[in-house]
Each structure stands twice: as C-alpha cells, then as structure tokens.
Design a binder for this molecule. Structure first.
Ligand SMILES: C[S@@+](CC[C@H](N)C(=O)[O-])C[C@H]1O[C@@H](n2cnc3c(N)ncnc32)[C@H](O)[C@@H]1O
Length: 298
C-alpha cells in the first residue's frame, strides 16, 4: 500500500445529492460506501436525526470510511457485506424501508493504487482482484482453472476483447508449464499479442476489467440486487446508481424499467443516463465512463 493517505474523488457528487433529494431526518442505504466520499455530503443533508447505513465488501475501505465519518458516528451504521444483502441485513434490525439508496459501482481509487490487490495491470502484484479478500475465487484461480472456452467467453463478453480466443488459448498453453500467479504473467501474454505499448495498455484494461467482473460476480450481483433494493424504498424514496461499464448500465436500465412496468409507483427520473461534465472529466479522469440513473417511488 502506498504511504500516502488513500483518496477517492466521489463521482457525480452534485448530481447524486440532487437526485437523492435528501432532507433532515431521512434514512439512506449506501451499498458501496467506499471511502465515504458521497456519504460525507449525504450525511450533511440528513443531519443529526438522519440514519446512514453503509455497506462495503472491502474491509480496508470500510475502516477508512469509518474513521473519516467518525464525526457522524451516531447517524451511521456500517456493514462489511455485499449490497445484495442490504435488504436482509436491515430486516434483521427491524428496518423494512428507507428514503434513499445509492450504489456507486466498481473500483475505488485505493483498489487501483494499492499494488497488493492485483486490480491494476501497471503494478506487479498477486492476481487477486477480490473486493472481499476473506472469501471467493481469486483471479489466479480463474486463470489457472477455467476452461479455454470459459476464459474466452469472459474476455469477450465482459471486456469486448477481440483477441479473446487467442489470449484464452495462450493462457491454457502457458499454465501447462507454470501456473499464472502475478499480474506480470498475464501482461507478458498480452505483450506477445499486441506490439505497441498503447495497444498493450488498452487490451490490458479490457482484460483486467473482464477478470475483475468475473472474480466478484459483479453483473449477477447487480441483477439480483436491484429489485431487492427497490423493494426497500419508502413511498417518496429515491434510488441512484452510478455504473462504469456498458453491461452494468444495461442491467440498471432494465432493472428500473422492469420496476416501473410492474408497479406504477416507480417512476424513472433519468430518461438518458447522466454523465460527468467536461469540468469533472478534467478534474477527475477516472470518472470518464460513469453513468448515473435514478428512480423515484411515489
Ligand atoms: C466506486 S467505489 C465507491 C466510492 C464511494 N462512493 C466514495 O465516494 O468514496 C465502489 C466501492 O464498492 C465496493 N463494492 C463493490 N462491489 C460491492 C458489493 N457487491 N457490495 C458492497 N460493496 C461493493 C468496493 O469495495 C468499493 O469500495
């Protein structure tokens, strides 16, 4: 881990606050607390009578967020768990509905910057990529055990990688000699396929993202979570989701559409997804693929 204090610039912050339309005393579920950047602004809106339920799979991020939000400790409750379990975890506490729900999907900056996590192709690290390092399959397990067909499908489907068949074939051939263990092992194969460093980096971004989605089962979790989270909304409540991948955005769009079709109390607030302004992109290039969608329950 770098010696510098971890930072994550919250994406579309003003838009999140506007769409959630929080008022003093409101209750909020933050399914992806991260470093608590969005939380900090939301907590100021809901004040001392509000309630903030923060979930994150990542133990380190949760620790940082807790510390950062300690001024608001009586309004906050923290859970190291997936947002797919928000509904059940809150029910255990006797909470059946909340006023606002936020999901800000994907990676936080410390995930990318922390060399030990294996999320970044630019850092030599064990191929891990789990948000929750206490359970589940690592990226190394996927690369060393999945069939060639499954690897090809992951790179193709989640990364839209045109060299998916070639890469999958090379992984299977390489692992017969020696298991892949670190990010460099995968990068070496990508460098054999692509000549220019620019193309290598582009391909590595797609391949690493695809692997991360598989390792954390991100699309299935999101698909399952949306209806379950929507069922937690009080009348007058709102849910906002920020996604960073076209397949995620499609799941959010369809999940909201389905809710509005099934129940006329749900109204979609964003016909088209909201994206970062030029000014935000300049200040925070990591926001570049963000898309925000919001829904209201009357
Ligand atoms: C983009 S960051 C959130 C940043 C946060 N909004 C902020 O302003 O600091 C996404 C966070 O979601 C967490 N995460 C990813 N999948 C999750 C899941 N299924 N359940 C809970 N947390 C998850 C990651 O560990 C990461 O901390």
């Amino acid at each position: 881990m770098s010696q510098n204090k971890p930072v994550h610039v919250p994406v579309l912050l003003k838009e999140v606050v506007n769409y959630l339309a929080l008022l003093p005393g409101r209750s909020v579920v933050d399914g992806t607390l991260g470093l608590g950047g969005h939380a900090l602004s939301c907590l100021k809106e809901i004040g001392v009578k509000g309630k903030y339920y923060g979930f994150d799979l990542d133990e380190n991020n949760l620790k940082i967020a807790k510390k950062r939000l300690q001024l608001f400790s009586s309004e906050c409750q923290f859970f190291q768990d997936s947002f797919v379990h928000c509904h059940d975890r809150l029910q255990e506490l006797g909470i059946t509905a909340v006023d606002a729900i936020l999901l800000d999907l994907g990676l936080s900056s410390p995930h990318v910057d922390d060399a030990s996590r294996g999320f970044s192709f630019q850092k030599k690290a064990p191929l891990d990529m789990r948000f929750d390092r206490s359970k589940g399959l690592t990226a190394a397990h996927v690369l060393n055990n999945y069939t060639e067909y499954d690897l090809k499908t992951i790179f193709y489907r989640y990364g839209e990688e045109k060299y998916a068949p070639k890469l999958a074939r090379m992984i299977v051939a390489r692992r017969r000699e020696k298991a892949l263990g670190i990010t460099e092992d995968l990068m070496n194969l990508i460098q054999e396929i692509m000549r220019s460093p620019k193309d290598q980096n582009r391909m590595a971004s797609r391949v690493f993202q695809a692997l991360r989605i598989e390792v954390n089962d991100e699309l299935n979790v999101l698909r399952e979570a949306i209806p379950s989270l929507l069922s937690l909304l009080k009348s007058g409540g709102r849910m906002v989701v920020i996604s960073y991948h076209s397949l995620e955005d499609r799941i959010v769009k369809q999940g909201f559409k389905q809710a509005a079709l099934n129940d006329c109390d749900y109204q979609i607030l964003t016909k088209k997804p909201i994206v970062p302004s030029e000014a935000e992109l300049q200040k925070n290039p990591r926001s570049r693929s963000a898309k925000l969608r919001a829904i209201f329950k009357s």
